[in-house]
Design a protein around this ligand. Structure first.
Ligand SMILES: NCCCC(=O)O
Length: 816
């Protein structure tokens, strides 16, 4: 028995690297009364058998920053705690063995430059000079990140735990959590085998056991355990302690030095779950049985790269289960289901690399209620209804594991666990040649193949222009010249109802939403730093009722943000009505002509202007029509009870085809909105960007004396020069492919990177958006007076800068 306290301000469950790091950072922040509970011994779950590579570059700047924080922490932790960590900055090599991979690596080098991370491109021979044991016959090129490294997972965790204790955190080993007590939607206590511990906040960092702990509290943590195998050799002649880590993704393998020998592991294309449910609770310092047959293809690939592997003995073979997630990103943040329960789990084989930074970020989230910066790619609120089914989670996670080292193609879609959520129009769209993508389990048409012309609705991935380029161009042109119909049924839709709905929404929304019934307002919702948390439309349907429409992927996030910011005591209830309504979006100069033949209602501009929401009867269907656009054309979002969706679709297509109506998909939306300069949350805007730096100050009610969340921060920003400003860029060479993360140079100096990239078929140019930075202040003049270049895959190309929309800057089309 341990002397377990009966209460603690914060309880952390799990003594692996992430739990220890959260404890360390809470201690460092001076937070007192923190208790870490570990069921076995510290690190005994999966931390102890991790391979310990520490790479930093990710596709997100902020996640890269998080991993960079890990490196900086590991640099100093041994001196700070007196505990050896095994950390060394021996650098990381990455090989490319075919031209497309070489393009990927060169684009990664540009991404690294954009994010301020050192990464050098090497010839095969230069790579071999750093890693003399490898064969380079098939190597096209390589990249070297000198600040990457490796660490001893157990030792670094022990150092974090020691540091946490030194800062006052209590750590108890041998304590099992049996239940979690939730009262009034908040965590109240954990029940352990040694008594109950009351707490204000709970942090679940229990590795692969996190899903089960979450379930005790009604919190969904979608991760599963996958078997991961690697081997450790006897000493290999020629292997030195300074040997860099090596990733050989075309052979699906990684390498690192260990006590004069080599560690070699890999990501099998046919991964195997640790298929037990529930997971055993006494699995401490244990491994699974080796499966050499399963590892054989990885071994063959490895021998081809490092023949010396065949000449030394294998010291140990490891098959350790580790937690993986359906999208390959880890899980951080406050659970949307229960207040004050936080999660740090699902680290997908990069827990050791992420541990330092993830612990820092989660500690801040727990202590201050918000993360230090935007962590959307790993935010627990990115999950949706599809992520609640264990079978689906398993299927998709196995796909993600198998793709750990495969090419990360632009526009790549997952193929497993589909179809799951289907619009009523799915079969019709499929018959019309839809190439579907998927978001939160929803099937969504990305583009339409011309079946009569023999086109096949399948993506063919490359880093160049992909096979759908022409098809999307057709849809784009139809939107600008005639009309298109998008099925956007997957939109997340909420109703906010109650006596205080207006007051609550006025507090949460940055734009003025206190409008008469029948008005639609586009608004952001800001955090107290003035950053954009939500970007959506609200339509007032009654004095006490608003209809909120936001992006498919933001369903959980935006619902949680709105619900948790309704001031206490106000009568305003939020409900998710996504599944009740299909959304057909009719856009283009012929939209009114098409619609007017199907309704007796007056839809003239005078009767139904832009920014209004009206009920319409269309072809017998009761429709809520929203006069709004995300593509820069005249049009309506038609929200209709799902059972009417097919009837509405048939009527629109029949009336529209003679006028040039086409079906169109999400890739056309992207192209159209880039031309029109509409921002996308998660790309150009997010919690780190205020409306002012995003060039959207006109949507903030600063001129009205209405208090709103984030107002003070925006007022303070408005009084100072802006540190950066969002601009559009087009390249002079129209054949270039912009994908996002390309580096922006102004007068030869690096000033930012593209948050998004695509192509505008009307302007006939590649388009990208990115922030131009200058600590001394940025204004329109500063942006417009520079000479710009964009770096793409290591080469610089001249570019033009724009602050106004490239298409219809006056907005005359949408107000037609
Ligand atoms: N746990 C293995 C990590 C491999 C990698 O960092 O690529």
């Amino acid at each position: 028995m341990t002397d377990l306290p009966s209460s603690a301000k914060i309880v952390i469950i799990g003594g692996g690297i992430v739990g220890a790091s959260v404890a360390f950072h809470l201690g460092a922040m001076g937070v007192s009364d923190v208790l870490l509970l570990e069921r076995g011994k510290l690190t005994s779950g999966s931390t102890w058998h991790a391979a310990g590579l520490v790479g930093q570059l990710r596709t997100s700047a902020n996640i890269t920053q998080l991993l960079g924080y890990s490196v900086a922490l590991y640099d100093r932790l041994e001196a700070e705690t007196g505990q050896a960590t095994g950390w060394k900055r021996n650098g990381g090599l990455r090989l490319a063995c075919n031209p497309e991979r070489w393009t990927e690596v060169k684009r990664q080098a540009t991404t690294a430059r954009s994010f301020g991370l050192e990464m050098h491109l090497l010839s095969p021979k230069e790579a071999q000079d750093l890693w003399p044991l490898m064969q380079i016959d098939d190597v096209v090129g390589a990249a070297f990140l000198p600040t990457d490294g490796q660490v001893s997972p157990s030792d670094i965790s022990a150092a974090l735990a020691k540091g946490a204790r030194m800062k006052g955190v209590t750590i108890r080993e041998g304590v099992s959590v049996l239940d979690v007590v939730v009262e009034d939607g908040k965590v109240a206590a954990v029940v352990t085998d040694q008594g109950q511990v009351e707490c204000d906040k709970l942090v679940i960092c229990a590795g692969q056991w996190s899903r089960e702990i979450g379930r005790l509290a009604g919190v969904n943590i979608p991760l599963v355990s996958v078997q991961h195998q690697y081997l450790i050799t006897e000493p290999v002649p020629g292997v030195t302690p300074g040997l860099p880590t090596l990733r050989d993704p075309d052979r699906l393998t990684y390498w690192k030095e260990e006590v004069g020998g080599l560690v070699m592991g890999g990501y099998e294309p046919n991964p195997k779950l640790w298929d037990v449910d529930p997971l055993p609770s006494d699995f401490e310092f244990q491994l699974l049985e080796n499966d050499l047959d399963h590892f054989e293809p990885i071994m063959e690939q490895a021998l081809g790269r490092v023949p010396a592997l065949g000449e030394v003995g294998i010291r140990q073979f490891i098959n350790g289960p580790e937690s993986f997630t359906p999208d390959g990103n880890f899980i951080l943040g406050e659970a949307p289901e229960v207040k004050n329960i936080f999660v740090g789990a699902g680290f997908n084989a990069f827990g050791i690399a992420s541990g330092g930074g993830a612990g820092m970020a989660l500690a801040e989230w727990v202590a201050k209620g918000a993360p230090p910066f935007d962590l959307w790619p790993v935010d627990i609120r990115r999950f949706g209804r599809n992520h609640q089914d264990l079978g689906w989670i398993r299927t998709r996670t196995l796909e993600a594991y198998a793709k750990h080292y495969t090419m990360a193609w632009p526009f790549e879609e997952h193929h497993s666990g589909r179809p799951l959520r289907r619009s009523p129009l799915y079969d019709r769209l499929k018959a019309e040649g839809a190439a579907f993508g998927e978001k939160l389990g929803f099937e969504r048409a990305n583009w339409f193949a011309d079946l009569a012309a023999g086109e096949v609705p399948e993506d063919h991935y490359t880093y160049g222009r992909q096979n759908w380029f022409g098809a999307v161009g057709r849809e784009h042109k139809a939107a600008r010249e005639a009309a298109v119909l998008f099925d956007q049924t997957s939109f997340a839709k909420f109703e906010l109802v109650g006596r205080d709905a207006e007051a609550a929404l006025s507090w949460i929304a940055a734009n003025d939403v206190a409008k008469p019934v029948g008005h639609l307002v586009y608004t952001q919702m800001l955090n107290d730093r003035g950053g954009i948390e939500c970007d959506l439309t609200v339509s007032r349907l009654a004095v006490d009722k608003y209809y909120v429409v936001t992006g498919t992927g933001f369903a959980t996030h935006d619902f949680h943000w709105i619900a948790s910011n309704i001031p206490a005591g106000m009568d305003a209830r939020l409900s998710d009505v996504t599944s009740q309504f299909a959304t057909l979006v009719l856009m283009g100069p012929k939209a009114r002509e098409i619609l007017s033949g199907l309704t007796r209602d007056d839809i003239s501009h005078a009767a139904f202007p832009f920014g209004r929401a009206r009920p319409l009867q269309i072809a017998g269907c009761p429709v809520l029509a929203l006069r709004v656009t995300y593509v820069g054309e005249l049009g309506w979002e038609l929200h209709v009870p799902t059972e009417f969706a097919l009837t509405l679709y048939e009527a629109l297509m029949e009336a529209g085809r003679p006028l040039g109506l086409r079906l169109a998909g999400y890739r056309a939306i992207e192209s159209l909105r880039l031309e029109k300069g509409y921002r996308a949350w998660g790309a150009e805007i997010g919690p780190d960007h205020s409306p002012l730096v995003a060039g959207m100050g006109m949507f903030v009610k600063l001129k009205k004396p209405i208090p709103f969340l984030g107002r003070a921060a925006i007022e303070a920003q408005a009084a100072r020069p802006l540190p950066r400003l969002l601009a559009a860029f087009t390249t002079v060479d129209p054949s270039l492919v912009l994908l996002g993360r390309e580096t922006i140079y102004r007068n030869g100096e690096r000033v930012g990177w593209l948050a998004s990239g695509g192509y505008g078929y009307t302007v006939e140019k590649p388009i990208g958006y990115g922030y131009v930075r200058n600590p001394a202040g940025v204004d329109r003049d500063y942006v417009l007076t520079g000479a710009y270049e964009l770096e793409i895959a290591g080469e610089r190309y001249p570019a033009e800068v724009h602050l106004d929309a490239l298409y219809d800057p006056q907005g005359s089309k949408i107000r037609a």
